[in-house]
Design a protein around this ligand. Structure first.
Ligand code: ADP
Ligand code: ZN
Length: 207
């Protein structure tokens, strides 16, 4: 299998599609956001530092996430391919990644901004990693996968969402051009009404 990078704005559905891809092709799903949230939950020093950035919708410093990813890619299960979700998010991160890995495919998931704002507004997450939306779950907010009660991420509050979208536009969107020039970029245009399954069908064709 290949080494894949998933690009896309917050709320584009990267995490959902990355989980499906990882499952289908039996490769690890490496999400820097998930790794950082685990550190926060466990109260590590790294987690305490990262939380101040994440809660403001800002990026965690490049050096921190680059170390996390270099370490993770060195683990045995990453030998036969992996899917990177949420990394790289800056040109500096992409350059650092190029030094330690060969990326075969960069998949850019393109969703209109108004759809993204609506999705993030009602997004629910579960400690098991599942994501959903208030419009899809019952009022008790039980996770469809594991039955735990789902919750709203601290950084999905409206003020933070607009900061994250601005950060995306300024710092992450330039990666589309970066990878476009390298020639390993495929963009998938998703409309607000496409279901998770419909998007995954398109993604599988690309892979
Ligand atoms: P989303 O894609 O919905 O924004 P993530 O879980 O990927 O969610 O990221 C959540 C937050 O974690 C980001 O807003 C950022 O603060 C931090 N983060 C995750 N990945 C990176 C990264 N590669 N570089 C810097 N910060 C990151
Ligand atoms: Zn769950």
């Amino acid at each position: 299998m290949k080494n894949i990078v998933l690009l896309g704005a917050p709320g584009a559905g990267k995490g959902t599609q990355a989980a499906l891809i990882a499952n289908e092709y039996n490769i690890p799903h490496i999400s820097t956001g998930a790794i950082l949230r685990k550190h926060i939950k466990e109260g590590t020093e790294l987690g305490v530092q990262a939380k101040t950035f994440i809660d403001q919708g800002m990026l965690v410093p490049d050096s921190v996430v680059i170390d996390i990813v270099a370490d993770r890619l060195g683990q045995g299960d990453a030998k036969n391919g992996y899917i990177l979700d949420g990394f790289p998010r800056t040109i500096a991160q992409a350059e650092a990644l190029d030094k330690v890995a060969t990326i075969d495919l960069v998949l850019d998931i393109n969703v209109p901004f108004d759809a993204i704002i609506e999705r993030l507004g009602g997004r629910l997450v579960c400690s098991c990693g599942a994501t959903s939306h208030i419009q899809w779950v019952d009022s008790d907010k039980r996770c469809p996968k594991c039955g735990e009660v789902m919750y709203v991420r601290d950084d999905d509050k409206p003020e933070t969402v607009s900061a994250r979208l601005e950060v995306y536009t300024k710092q992450t969107a330039p990666l589309v051009e970066y990878y476009g020039k390298k020639g390993n970029l495929v963009s998938v245009d998703v409309s607000a009404s496409d279901t998770v399954e419909e998007v995954f069908e398109i993604v599988k064709k690309v892979l």
